[in-house]
Design a protein around this ligand. Structure first.
Ligand code: NCD
Ligand code: ZN
Length: 337
């Protein structure tokens, strides 16, 4: 049986820059019609010039593939309404990182004082620019996301017209928050649907599964699966595929990030098939995102998958993908653009 996914979208993606960009961009542009591109370069993307030239470098890395990079800026509370008006048509969302919480986030926000954020967030509400958030405090690692829920609530209440995306949620607390506020939405990764902390650190340490936020408990994964497999209208697929060189992962001081772009649609198809919810896959990987992000237009592109074994390469360039060397049940057999 052939399975067709129309306009698949990855609503949270790290493409990096330079040689790494050239290696990983074609792997996303093969499977997806578009993706939200994270701004945590060194230095982060904070100006119109940086955003436009990064988009050009992405476009020149994907050859002839049909693929729209939806650009983001790295949130600064100093962005004025005039600045945002001038850049609005070039970007899809603004990504807020708490300072120092993950890879290249040192220039992020500390303290979450509403009054310090108000001017920028009011302007974003008015201009209908969504705010994407990496929601972790700097508390105990397993509690960081649950602790951040009160900050999501504070932002959702103070800025009721702002579209707030809780990025890469990993806990049942975040799932529960979704339905309490009209303006809260979420992305869910592939790896957080597949693994728990046991897979990362329960046996021999698995650096290629180490990421922020760290995978949590079985009941958290259950809560994520419930809403994803149900095609819950407030959740979207966002891979958070985050490539690092093999030597930065397999080292003392392992970098955080799981690389999933080349396997994402294949594994999602298998997961939805096994749970008899294939009819919801289209919502999870495209339709919901198009409704939540009203400011994107998605190129026509469809991906066909068939139940033919696909052995995942051990590496792509210097990056090791999730499930390296393992055989997956589904293969991409056709790409129509
Ligand atoms: C991401 C990265 O490497 O850029 N790492 C990760 O573990 N997910 C950053 C992020 O999204 O937190
Ligand atoms: Zn990320």
């Amino acid at each position: 049986m052939a399975i067709i996914i129309n306009k698949p979208l990855d609503m949270h993606l790290h493409l990096r820059d330079g040689d790494m960009l050239k290696t990983v961009a074609p792997l996303s542009s093969k499977s997806f019609a578009g993706a939200i591109i994270m701004p945590n370069l060194v230095p982060p993307v904070t100006t119109r010039e940086e955003l436009v030239s990064y988009r050009d470098r992405i476009k020149s890395s994907i050859g002839d593939d049909t693929f729209t990079p939806y650009m983001t800026l790295f949130f600064k509370p100093t962005y004025t309404k005039e600045f945002l008006e001038s850049i609005k048509d070039e970007l899809t969302s603004i990504k807020l990182y708490p300072a120092g919480i993950t890879t290249n986030s040192e220039g992020g926000v500390s303290g979450f004082n509403v009054e310090e954020l108000r001017e920028t967030l009011d302007a974003m509400s008015e201009l209908e620019i969504p705010l994407s958030i990496h929601g972790e405090t700097n508390g105990f690692v397993m509690d960081r996301e649950a602790e951040f829920v009160s900050i999501y609530e504070m932002l959702a209440t103070n800025f009721p017209k702002l579209t707030i995306i809780m990025e890469h949620i990993t806990t049942k607390e975040s799932v529960e928050a979704l339905d309490r506020f009209n303006n809260l939405y979420a992305t869910i990764t592939l790896h957080h649907l597949m693994i728990t902390l046991d897979d990362v650190a329960g046996g021999m340490l698995q650096p290629h599964l180490f990421c922020k936020p760290i995978a949590k408990r079985p009941e958290d994964r259950e809560a994520l699966r419930r809403v994803a497999l149900d095609g819950h209208p407030k959740v979207m697929f966002g891979s958070d595929s985050a490539p690092h060189p093999q030597d930065a992962k397999e080292s003392c001081g392992c970098a955080a990030g799981v690389f999933t772009s080349p396997i994402a649609l294949q594994v999602l198809t298998q997961l939805f098939m096994e749970n008899s919810t294939l009819e919801k896959l289209q919502d999870f990987v495209s339709n919901n995102a198009q409704k939540i992000y009203k400011n994107i237009s998605v190129p026509k592109k469809s991906i066909t998958l068939e139940k033919i074994p696909f052995t995942v390469p051990n590496r792509y360039g210097i990056v090791v993908p999730m499930y390296a060397g393992e055989t997956l049940a589904y293969t991409i057999t056709k790409i129509e653009r």
